[in-house]
Design a binder for this molecule. Structure first.
Ligand SMILES: [Zn+2]
Length: 335
C-alpha cells in the first residue's frame, strides 16, 4: 500500500508502463516447485487461516495472490525479453526467495525469482540467467533450487549471521553447479558506500565472464536503517547506486535486460521512498554514480567481505584471478 501511495504521487508516473499481472499457471509453478507442494498451497484457497510454518501463514486470498505475484513477474520478464520495455520492477507480494521446492518459509509461498529464471530458460529459450539477491536475508530457496545448475548464477549479499542461517562464503554450488553460487555474508552495519563498493568490484567481472541473457534482482528493502528486521544502513541513495551498478552490467552483457522483483522490506515509510529511488534510476530520470558512492565506503568493511569471497571464487572465475582494484576517497586498495 505504501508503494501504491508513492506511485500515486510520483510526478514521473506517466513515463512508466503498467504491466497488468496475470496468474501463473500450475504448469509454470511446477517449473521449480513439486506437485505435492503446489497442491498443498492451492488447498489453502478460501480458508481463513492456515499455518504452513512457524513464520508463514496464509489467508483466504494468499494462494491467488501468490499466483498473481509469480505471474506478474513472468509477464514482466516476457515483456523485457521481447523488447517491448527496457527493464521492469515487479512490485509484488508475497515475496519469494526463501521458498524451497516443497516448503514455504519466511513469508514466501512460491519462489517468484526462481520461477522467472526457470521460465526464461525453459519457455523463452535463454541460456544463462544471473540472479542478484540484495535482500538483507539470504535467498536460501533460490540458492537451493539452482545449486546444481550452471545455467543460473546466483549472487547473494546478506546479513550474517541472521535468518535463515545459510549463505556462507563457502557455499558455492554442488556438482555441475559448483562455482555458480556466490555468497557475500556480511555483519550488520554496512551502508550505501559499502554495498555499492562490493557490488561494483565483484559483479561486473563475474557477469562479463558468465555472459547472462537476463539479469534478475531479488530486491529487498530490509537493509534500510529503519527496517525492523535488518541491521543495515542502506538509504534510498544506496538503492539508486546498486540499481545503476546492475543496470550498467546488464547494458554491457545482455542489452540491458533487467527485471527486479520485490522481496522483503518491512518499514512502511522507508519502502516507498526506496522503491521510488530504484524506479527513477531504472527510467534514467536520475543517474547515480556508483564510483562516487563506492569511494565513500569504509575500506575495512569492504575488504572484510571481498577478500573472503574472492579467495573462494578465484577457484572458479578467471576474471577474479587478476587483482581487483578498489578506489576509496583517500586510498586505492588491491585484493
Ligand atoms: Zn528479507
Amino acid at each position: 500500500m505504501a508503494i501504491y501511495a508513492m506511485l500515486e504521487q510520483m510526478q514521473a508516473r506517466q513515463h512508466f508502463v503498467e504491466i497488468p499481472p496475470r496468474k501463473a499457471s500450475e504448469e509454470e509453478i511446477l517449473l521449480v516447485h513439486s506437485p505435492e507442494y503446489h497442491r498443498k498451497i492451492a488447498a489453502t484457497d478460501g480458508l481463513e487461516s492456515v499455518s504452513l510454518t512457524g513464520d508463514t501463514h496464509t489467508s483466504a486470498d494468499s494462494y491467488q495472490t501468490a499466483c498473481l505475484a509469480a505471474g506478474g513477474l513472468l509477464e514482466a520478464v516476457s515483456m523485457v525479453s521481447s523488447g517491448k520495455i527496457d527493464n521492469a520492477f515487479a512490485l509484488v507480494r508475497p515475496p519469494g526467495h526463501h521458498a524451497e521446492k516443497s516448503r514455504a518459509m519466511g513469508y514466501c509461498l512460491f519462489n517468484n525469482v526462481a520461477l522467472a529464471a526457470a521460465f526464461a530458460r525453459k519457455k523463452l529459450g535463454m541460456e544463462r540467467i544471473l540472479i542478484v539477491d540484495w535482500d538483507v536475508h539470504h535467498g536460501n530457496g533460490t540458492q537451493h533450487l539452482f545449486e546444481r545448475d550452471p545455467s543460473v548464477l546466483f549472487f547473494s549479499i546478506h546479513q550474517y549471521p541472521h535468518f535463515p542461517g545459510t549463505g556462507f562464503f563457502t557455499e558455492t554450488g554442488i556438482g555441475p553447479g559448483e562455482g555458480f553460487t556466490v555468497n557475500l555474508p556480511i555483519p550488520r552495519g554496512y551502508g550505501d558506500g559499502e554495498y555499492v563498493a562490493i557490488l561494483s568490484a565483484i559483479l561486473p567481472p563475474l557477469a562479463a565472464e558468465f555472459r547472462p541473457d537476463l539479469v534478475l534482482v531479488s530486491a529487498g528493502f530490509d537493509m534500510h536503517p529503519e527496517d525492523p528486521l535488518g541491521g543495515m544502513q542502506v538509504s534510498p541513495r544506496g538503492f539508486s547506486g546498486m540499481t545503476r551498478c546492475i543496470m550498467n552490467l546488464a547494458d554491457a552483457c545482455c542489452g540491458g535486460r533487467l527485471v527486479l522483483a520485490l522481496e522483503g522490506g518491512y518499514c512502511v515509510d522507508a519502502i516507498g521512498e526506496s522503491v521510488k529511488a530504484v524506479l527513477m534510476e531504472l527510467a534514467d530520470f536520475t543517474f547515480c554514480s556508483p564510483s562516487e558512492l563506492a569511494a565513500q565506503a569504509r575500506p575495512k568493511k569492504v575488504l572484510y567481505a571481498l577478500k573472503r569471497s574472492v579467495k573462494v571464487q578465484r577457484h572458479y572465475w578467471k576474471s577474479l584471478a587478476e587483482p581487483l582494484q578498489i578506489q576509496f576517497t583517500n586510498e586505492t586498495l588491491r585484493i
